[in-house]
Design a protein around this ligand. Structure first.
Ligand SMILES: [Zn+2]
Length: 376
């Protein structure tokens, strides 16, 4: 009965744990390697967020800000992707802007990975792949699929209750690591509050006229295929919405709830002078009804259970065998950014940015890869 000896059993278990740790370490460590971005000709400067909040310098909270300045003077627009690392429609739209957009008037600032820490891990129990590959004319490009929240390695432990600063509004403790509950931010606050503070400082110091935060939502969530706008940006968002619908794209408009605190569309509008909006596109891989989560489900957005959910009228977006492919989600976001810019050009020409981006039809037809640069 020597194999029942607790010491032997303990030693065997420890060795098994050590073996598992050795086997999985490379996969965990690889998540810390940043994804390649190949800036297009439109990019005129790259700075770090710590330029606006120096305490972030040299920390995992610091992140790149790509600046695209046009020849003609105008306003400043900020686009945020990667507030949530498991919403690729948001950060791939930001990357496509950096690699492909041209700015004719004013200045476009793009943060592709707003919460960089959320790209260094994935959520346990969700079974999501760590990466997905997109084929471009110059070769394959891989991009990470991260988590909704800050890596616990960077922010731990979570409190029992998260108390939002400065409103005092209370949410569950894990929301401490959610960047989109942490605005306007706090210089001496949590990891997420410090990143939020840096972004709010950028908006103040650069006098950003329009700020757009790109997200994705599960198809069973009511706030989807929508522009959410602070009351200061409702007129602008309504004009953009009408323009999108006239071009055949169904999109809703929702006013930012006054009592729901910490979100970009609420706090940027309350604490800075920017016009604050957020956009949501559908993503099955963060939904609860989905079947298997794999690279195909990230890229193609197809799922038999969501088709079933649509037949039962349980979803807030149409869902059929075509699903919601990544190129359609990116095409929606880029169309939204373009139409918000066009609307601002009509309402406040001095605050506007004139951008050229691939059209909805072009992206939906040719795929994202056609608009990403060669990895060489
Ligand atoms: Zn999100």
């Amino acid at each position: 009965m020597s194999n029942r000896n607790p010491r032997v059993l303990g030693a065997v278990l420890l060795m098994a744990v050590a073996l598992v740790a050795v086997l999985v370490t490379p996969a965990f460590m690889a998540m810390r390697e940043p994804d390649l971005i190949v800036p297009g000709e439109g990019v005129t400067d790259i700075v770090m967020l710590s330029k606006y909040f120096p305490a972030l310098k040299g920390t995992p909270a610091d992140t790149e800000v790509y600046i695209m300045e046009g020849a003609e003077p105008g306003g400043t627009t900020l686009v945020l992707g990667g507030t949530h690392g498991n919403e690729p429609g948001g950060y791939m739209s930001a990357i496509l802007l950096i690699e492909n957009a041209r700015v004719e008037k004013g200045r476009l600032m793009v943060i592709p990975f707003a919460m960089k820490s959320s790209f260094t891990h994935s959520d346990p129990g969700e079974g999501a792949p760590q990466r997905f590959t997109i084929t471009t004319p110059g070769g394959d490009r891989t991009f990470k699929y991260g988590s909704r929240a800050v890596n616990p390695v960077h922010s731990w432990p979570d409190p029992e209750v998260y108390v939002h600063y400065p409103s005092g509004s209370r949410l569950s403790g894990e929301e401490t690591r959610n960047l989109n509950r942490s605005f306007p931010g706090k210089a001496t606050g949590s990891f997420a509050e410090r990143v939020a503070y840096g972004i709010s400082e950028l908006i103040r110091q650069e006098n950003v006229d329009l700020s757009i935060d790109l997200h994705e939502a599960m198809p069973e969530y009511p706030n989807i295929n929508v522009i959410v706008a602070h009351q200061n940006a409702l007129g602008l968002a309504a004009m953009a919405q009408v323009r999108m619908m006239m071009n055949g794209m169904q999109i809703a408009l929702s006013p930012s709830p006054v009592l729901f605190r910490g979100l970009t569309h609420r706090e940027w509008g309350d604490h800075t002078n920017t016009l604050a909006v957020l956009m949501e596109a559908p993503n099955i891989t963060i939904g609860r009804l989905r079947a298997q989560t794999d690279v195909a489900s990230i890229l193609e957005g197809k799922d038999p259970f969501y088709e079933w959910g649509a037949r039962l009228n349980r979803l807030f977006v149409p869902f059929d065998a075509k699903g919601w492919p990544l190129e359609v989600r990116v095409a929606r976001h880029l169309t939204g950014i373009y139409q918000l810019s066009e609307a601002l050009s009509m309402m406040k020409p001095n605050s506007a940015v004139k951008i050229r981006v691939p059209s909805y039809a072009d992206i939906a037809q040719n795929g994202i890869g056609a608009y990403l640069n060669s990895p060489e």
